[in-house]
Design a binder for this molecule. Sequence first.
Ligand code: MHO
Length: 289
Amino acid sequence: MPISSDMHQTFCAHFRTSKKSTDPKLLISISSLQMNLTERRNAIFLSPTISIFILIIISLAPYSTLSIRFPDQISEIPKEPSNRPLKTVIFALGSFWRSEAVFGCLDGVVRTTAGYAGGSKLNPEYRSLGDHAESVQIEYDPRSISFRQLLEVFWTSHDSRQVFGQGPDVGNQYRSIIFTNGTEEYSLAAQSKEREQTRSKMSVVTTQIQQLGTFYPAEPEHQKFELKRNPFLLQLIGGNLSAEELERSSLAAKLNGYAAELCPPRMQRHIDAKINDILRKGWPILREV
Ligand code: MHO
């Protein structure tokens, strides 16, 4: 029980007047104060034992943290910044597993979704996507990253000259498209394509520039695909995240890029360091990067 200032004053008054007061109120105050002092003495007496126990635990820690202690589930996923005005852009540049990983790891990108766009088929699915292209929808904070910078990443992250495919993936679904929303985006996209064509004298840049139409999010199993392939990283953010949480989480978007080793080098190193720190401490789970 803490000593209240009333009690303290009563106690002093008692010593100033008489040590043998018979005032019952005072006697109660004094006896409770004495109890309090006894408790404190006990606490002081116990503390070396507790301290030694704590020291043993700490000294054994390096040997016991070879595995990380993860909670079964986190009750709350990390808070995402919610009140910033975000912008959205959609690109197609080959397999959407990879495209999501390329953009998810950039500073200023808040959320990514793999999906289908650029075709006319209603409600496309992975096994029957019709004339759509595998695409990524990117939600970004324009104060941190611009459409122009995203275009740069688009051009440097795939081979826009490859016809009817991307890398080893062959087919119309892997074609290269910039989807634009409005005239300003259109002219930025067109200028950047011209620059790209100037750089590539020997071959034609196949990238199409299309007015944004409907974007169909892909099935849950295609979202954050690279992260899902990495159970260690999934555990690191708490495990058992629902499909919706995985889809909306900025942290999952970043780690999806990290898992595919597609983050910009500085970010890749930054996440490495965070993870190493957690491994060294054995706690806590990764909540942000
Ligand atoms: N060649 C790729 C295609 C993936 S995709 C989402 C793969 O099978 O890994 O189209």
